[in-house]
Ligand binder design. Structure first.
Ligand code: PMP
Length: 360
């Protein structure tokens, strides 16, 4: 079996070079005489790896010492609870922007812990746009404002960082982190599940401004308290060593490629090509406003949905895997994270043209 082009939204493709390195490192890693899955997280070798992973991530995103970098578990979903537990009192209000399924889930979870003010909502047009910031109904005393920078299901991405003054800005960047340079200094907390642009599922990245540590409410479980992880170097309990190790290799690989400026140009070109192909056909369409289309997740529908299964079966047979859209919206979705090479986009476009020619 040869490797296919994997368009999954997550767990998603991992760079070939990283996979090769993982293969080489098993069964013996870093002179330890064992694989990385078997070493103690407190061993010198693993602590060195964790230190260099953090340093490389700081380099990639130009993260200053004002921020703590944490590697946690529980996925981005646990952050939906950790953010309010760590940053809002139960009688406080937190502002949320609702631009798709993931921000909606974050809101549903936050409602268990604090008051929520939805400052803007794009559900009226099926999450295909981002409400203009001028119309956002922000609270005057919000503990923070939360938004999802890239909605993985609708394929909608903020092309700007919201302007919130002194209110801490919190962002779910699960499906856009490391796709381009980012001004981290604008944020209070950035979080991301790993299984898109970072590595395997099982580890969650949280970048938190240090002055926001120590605000968790008393009932917050220790394993959900940012300050506890900050003090323990993210080793409060046994961390997911393998996922952490692969993430470290991914960071190294991104630096080797020239950093996020280079990656961004590639991502822009890849997404542009695919959207052009969709827009240039009468058979495929994408409903999202062009200015807010995601570089990472490209949903599209066929003119005739009766052909969906045939499209997916033939795509699979052509080595183009996981193009089925999210179960909540149907249609197709091509997730084209950093590890998707341009050749994968070219192969998809060629397949789509041929499918249209024979079925359109
Ligand atoms: N937020 C976004 C934007 C996502 O895409 C996802 C997963 N696809 C999640 C949150 C949930 O992540 P996890 O499965 O890591 O909890």
């Amino acid at each position: 079996m040869t490797r296919v082009y994997n368009f999954s939204a997550g767990p998603a493709a991992i760079p070939d070079k990283v996979l090769q390195r993982v293969k080489d490192d098993i069964p013996e890693w870093a002179g330890t005489g064992m694989s990385v899955m078997e070493v103690s997280h407190r061993s010198r070798e693993f602590v060195d790896l964790a230190t260099s992973a953090e340093q490389n991530l700081r380099k990639l995103l130009a993260i200053s010492e004002d921020y703590s970098v944490l590697f946690l578990q529980g996925g981005a979903t646990l952050q939906f609870s950790m953010v309010p537990l760590n940053l809002a009192g139960d009688s406080q209000v937190a502002d949320y922007v609702q631009t798709g399924s993931w921000s909606k889930k974050a809101i549903a979870e936050a409602l268990k812990y604090c008051r929520v003010n939805v400052v803007a909502d794009s559900a009226d047009r099926n999450f295909t746009y981002i409400p203009n910031q001028d119309g956002w109904q922000k609270s005057t005393d919000a503990a923070y404002l939360h938004y999802c920078a890239n909605e993985t299901i609708a394929g909608v991405e903020f092309p700007f960082i919201p302007d919130v003054g002194d209110t801490p800005l919190i962002s779910d960047m699960s499906s856009t982190i490391l796709s381009r340079p980012l001004d981290v200094s604008r944020f209070g907390v950035i979080y991301a599940g790993a299984q898109k642009n970072i590595g395997p599922a099982g580890i969650t990245l949280v970048i938190v401004r240090k002055d926001l540590l120590g605000r968790a409410r008393a009932i917050t479980p220790s394993l959900m308290n940012y300050e506890v992880y900050d003090k323990s170097g993210s080793m409060t309990n046994t961390p997911p060593v393998f996922a952490w190790y692969v993430a470290a290799l991914v960071f190294e690989n991104l630096l080797d490629q020239g950093g996020l400026g280079v990656i961004a140009e590639r991502n822009r070109a890849k997404a542009g090509k695919l959207y052009d192909a969709i827009d240039g056909s009468n058979f495929y369409s994408n409903p999202v406003e062009p200015a807010v289309r995601s570089w990472m997740n490209v949903p599209f529908v066929l003119a005739n949905s009766d052909l969906d299964t045939k499209f997916l079966d033939e795509a699979d047979a052509a080595g183009l895997a996981n193009l089925k859209g999210h179960r909540s919206v149907g249609g197709m979705r091509a997730s084209i994270y950093n590890a998707m090479p341009e050749a994968g986009i070219d192969a998809l476009i060629e397949f789509m043209r041929e499918f249209e020619r024979t079925n359109g």
